[in-house]
Each structure stands twice: as structure tokens, then as C-alpha cells.
Design a protein around this ligand. Sequence first.
Ligand code: MRU
Length: 367
Amino acid sequence: MRVEGKPFRTVWLDGQTRSVKIIDQTRLPHEFASLSINTVFEAAHAIKTMQVRGAPLIGVTAAYGMALAMRTDASDTNLDSACAILAGARPTAVNLRWAIDSMRRHLLALPLAEREQAGFAHAGAITEQDVELCQAIGGHGLGLIRAAAARKPGQRVNVLTHCNAGWLATVDWGTATAPIYKAHDEGIALHIWVDETRPRNQGASLTAWELGQHGVPHTIIVDNAGGHLMQHGEVDLVIVGTDRTTASGDVCNKIGTYLKALAAQDNGVPFYVAAPSPSIDFTIEDGIAEVPIETRSAREITHITGLGADGQIETVCISPAGSSALNYAFDVTPARLVTGLITERGVISATRDALAKAFPECIGKRS
Ligand code: MRU
């Protein structure tokens, strides 16, 4: 996608320094800055501190982290230690485990002398695959937006999205945003309701920024406004991303997604989840019981960061010093509330049967 008109991806290789470059998402929307990653520890740090975030991008960054580890020491012992370092960076998005397992399988089969080069090549293949999956999701989701546009000729289609499942969360295009960008590019009148997504505000700071860069009309709303808008016919469809969808179609995504799904069902608004296959965990069934939910620092709730009047980024406290806060980062939307999963193989129902039919090769496999 474009930043100030210039094409960018969220992760790329710098041929001169041989480092992996990322966009530092903790600086957005106020500052567009890139960072170099040169070791597996720096890759894990970038994931942990959310300089890179979003399920697919976490996976791709981990893949490059393993390639960097092979540059230092290509032994089996170091391969295993790189897997452990990266796997511990964030618990919820299954893409992380998927990418690490894929890299490990690929590298273990090779002689030590080939592992560095093969590591970068395989991480590159995972990167390209992510772009292809997002584009395919974009094509399938576009059909849903076209259908919504056909139901209200002459009026704009209102899509609500939560958190950032945009190109910043992937390598390019995004998952939930790929249909949006494709619909906008073909001239469908669109407007996006962007949930601010407390506490880290990925919607207000990242989704709004990238939609703005692409010229897509959008409005930031507080997380609690979605139900009200749905009651007043102001939302035609909801499209969100996923960090882990189970074999039976339960969807784990950013905290607050579940409440959007409940409001959507109560108001007859279709609720879609853009779900590339690396984000589907075919080894588990019950999302509420089995998905590990990340708990993050209470400081993300008690403090807020933004641009001060002096143009400097600053962090201020918004709660009483003595109050505690509890910061669950994800929740689970049961499959029964999901209208459909937009996968790279088409829009399917959120059921065990539909998932097994669409991805028969994944049944019974760990990743
Ligand atoms: O905590 P984050 O910012 O990594 O959470 C991101 C989300 O919840 C996204 O919706 C999800 O990863 C899907 S990204 C295509």
C-alpha cells in the first residue's frame, strides 16, 4: 500500500545492511519511522513491544527472526532456542506458531551451511504467501461489499471494523481491509466506522491512518458506539480480523470483538471475519476454553499516549493512582455469532464441516 503516495510493505530486507526492516508501529500515526532488526532477540523484542503487531505480521517477523538466528549460528541447538525465544513473544495469534513451525521443519531438513540462505528464502516465501492470501481474501470479500452496494443504490456502504486488521497487521493489503481497498479502488462508495480499540487504540491510530493514506472515507468512533449505530441502520456489515479461529469456527480477536458480534446479531447486521488459513488453529475446537488470552500491562489502561500541544509525543495518566486495572487483550466470539469466514478459498460458514471441506489438508495437522 502507499504512504504519502510511495509504495510500502510493513517488512522488507535491506540489501546493503542485510538487516530486516520494519515500520515502527508504536510511533504511528504521528511519526512514520522504520527500524532495523538484526538478531532473533530484536525480532522477539519488536513483537513483544508491538513495534510490529497483527497476527500475520507477527508470523512473518518471527520467520525473519529465525533466518537471522541462522546467520549467527545454524546449529540445531540454536534453531530450537530461536523457536523458544520467538514463541514466547506473544501467546494468542496462532500465526506465530505456524510460521515458527514452518521455518523449523524447513531448516532442520537442511545441512548447516545452507540454513542461513534457506532461512531468508523461506521467510521470503512466507512473506509473499501472506500477500497472496490477503489479496484472495480481498477478492472474496469484495463480493460481499458489492452485494451490499447493490442493495442500496446511490448510497454509500457502511462497514464497521475493530482494531487494525489492515495492511499494517499483515505484509500488504490487510485481511479485513483487503475487501475495503478493493471495493474503494473499483469506485464503490464506502465509509468505514473505525472502532478506536482501547486500550492501545490500534483503530484510532493505525486503521484510521492507513485508510486515510489510501483515501478511504472513515470515521473514528468509541468502542461502545457500534451498537447504537447498528440500531439506527448505520452499519451494513462488520468485517474484523482474527488471531486464532478454531476448527469449529470460534473466533479469537482483539478485546471487544465479541460485543460487536452480539450487537450485530441483535440488529441483523452481517458479521464477517477475514481469516487467512495460517490464523486457523485446526488443533483446537472450543475457543473460550482453549485459546490462550494475552494479558498485557495495566499501564496500557491507566495511561494514554498522544501528541502534545508542543508537537511532542507524550504519555499521561488518566486514572487515580490507587486504582488497579486488568488488561485482557483478546476475546472469543462464538461461531454462532459469525455470519461467515472470508478465507483465501472463499466465504464459508463458521462451522467445523465448512472449515474441514475448505481445508481438508489441515485436518489432523498441528500446523
Ligand atoms: O494486539 P494486536 O494489535 O496484535 O491485535 C491485532 C488484532 O486483533 C487483529 O484484528 C488480528 O491480529 C488480525 S490482523 C489481520
